[in-house]
Design a protein around this ligand. Sequence first.
Ligand code: SF4
Length: 297
Amino acid sequence: MIDFEGNIEKLYSIMDKCELCPRKCKVNRNKGQKGFCRTSHKIFIASCNTHIGEESPISGSRGSGTIFFSNCNLNCVFCQNYPISQLGNGREMSFDDLVESMLRLQERGVHNINFVTPTHYGAHIAKAVYLSRKRGLTIPVVYNCSGYESVEILKLLEGTIDIYLPDIKYSRDELAFKYSGIKNYVEVNRSALKEMKRQVGNLTLDKNGIAKRGIIVRHLVLPSIFENTKNALDFIAKELSTDTFVSLMAQYHPANKAHEFKELSRCLTEKEYEEAVKYLEKIGLENGWVQGLNNED
Ligand code: SF4
């Protein structure tokens, strides 16, 4: 039996010396201090809307109820949402409004509540889901994250999250440090993915093909670094299982500061993406999604 109220209390108290993510800034967010994610206890969101661009079991026919938080605990040089994640674009929202927004999205008929860039808001999310459930929220809750997550915090979110939608961005720490300013992404990310899988298992769908519970792992193929993709996919196949649902993303384009890095300053080629898809199939990862490629060198 999960002690939701106890877990919420722990999550809020962790913000006294914030360790809500593996950055462990130890600032007192409850008193208004801000760490790497530039976020105090106040909620800032960039958007709250129906979204149809996610993987088909998430968006379905009626869309995903997306709540997109401002700021982020990463700092990726190629972030395609950097005005939101790094410049903090968004508006303040009260906690009560967050709960009301979730219930309104459900009334609109969306298939799920999809928290995008949720990591630095783990405490707020746990409480908002708990209170929304008491008021009639029945649709699944999606945790749509970069994969740089603390296992201890994920354990406190067990039972709150139905569907994990994490990235596996890097399979070498040098790349994570160079492009996202993190020294220990690989081990932290892999432990987090294993914990997510332990909690919710493989993806399960309802009779209409809509996600009910489980994990979908996303990997954005970066140009010029096939080894990164190969090792990420190997980890999924060997350590999570070959029936894991994988979303192999092709939409890389050189946003934000990517032009400062020669190897990242172009779009992915068709050949590079095809190579990634072939490898995915070769190692038996048959569940999930690959994309068409609209860009070329
Ligand atoms: S959530 Fe923000 S303040 Fe807390 S440890 Fe992570 S980056 Fe630092």
